[in-house]
Write a protein that binds this ligand. Structure first.
Ligand code: SF4
Ligand code: SF4
Ligand code: SF4
Length: 196
């Protein structure tokens, strides 16, 4: 059987850079670091990584608080100062990289500017741009799209819309819409969405 190759810190960083959202980058990084290169020999790195993961997960899940931000700063600074090897110190730097920007605070307020944190986004159909072709409804495996193609013998019609409670935010509907009529907005947005 082929032996599983352990990922190096640099490989994890490169993969994390593939995420758009800085909080997702940090969460991906620390999760992979914990399951691979983190050896557990020193406390600031082992406990710090674990606690950072819990706090970052809470933030991407839309449950982050000011106390999580303070804790992340403390954890990263302790890891940078007291980790026994470069791996722990480099991980602290990676976590800290975007903490000075507004992006973490925006998450605490319920917005992911990069529209990548699923708990903080919704898929919506722009009614004015929708030609009612039905392709999105056919593509959605979760029965999360309501709507009917117009019938010539009926005057009324049911516009296409996303049922938020059923939507798992897989993005398949966006891929098939020929009109670009499905967009991602902040979760809970109350204003109607229009053509952009
Ligand atoms: S800092 Fe280095 S030695 Fe300490 S737990 Fe992390 S990887 Fe292991
Ligand atoms: S994002 Fe996925 S689950 Fe949600 S409506 Fe589109 S296809 Fe369905
Ligand atoms: S695929 Fe696009 S244009 Fe067609 S029904 Fe869905 S939202 Fe409307």
């Amino acid at each position: 059987m082929e032996e599983k190759k352990e990922l190096k810190v640099e490989d994890i960083k490169t993969a994390a850079e593939g995420k758009r959202c800085p909080v997702q980058k940090a969460l991906y990084y620390i999760s992979e670091f914990l399951s691979g290169p983190m050896c557990g020999k020193c406390f600031p790195c082992s406990m710090g990584s674990y606690e950072a993961k819990v706090r970052l997960q809470g933030i991407v899940d839309g449950e982050g608080t000011e106390s999580d931000l303070r804790a992340l700063r403390r954890i990263a600074s302790e890891m940078a100062e007291s980790s026994m090897c470069k791996k722990g110190k480099d991980s602290a730097k990676f976590i800290m990289e975007w903490m000075g920007t507004d992006v973490y605070r925006e998450h605490l307020e319920g917005r992911c500017p990069d529209k990548e944190c699923l708990a903080l986004i919704e898929y919506r159909i722009i009614t004015d741009a929708c030609t009612m072709c039905g392709l999105c409804k056919d593509a959605c495996k979760y029965g999360a799209i309501l709507g009917e193609k117009p019938k010539p013998y009926l005057s009324g019609y049911m516009p296409y819309e996303v049922r938020q409670k059923r939507c798992v935010k897989c993005g398949e509907c966006v891929k098939v819409c020929p009109e670009g009529a499905i967009i991602i907005v902040d979760a809970g947005l109350t204003e109607p969405v229009g053509v952009q």
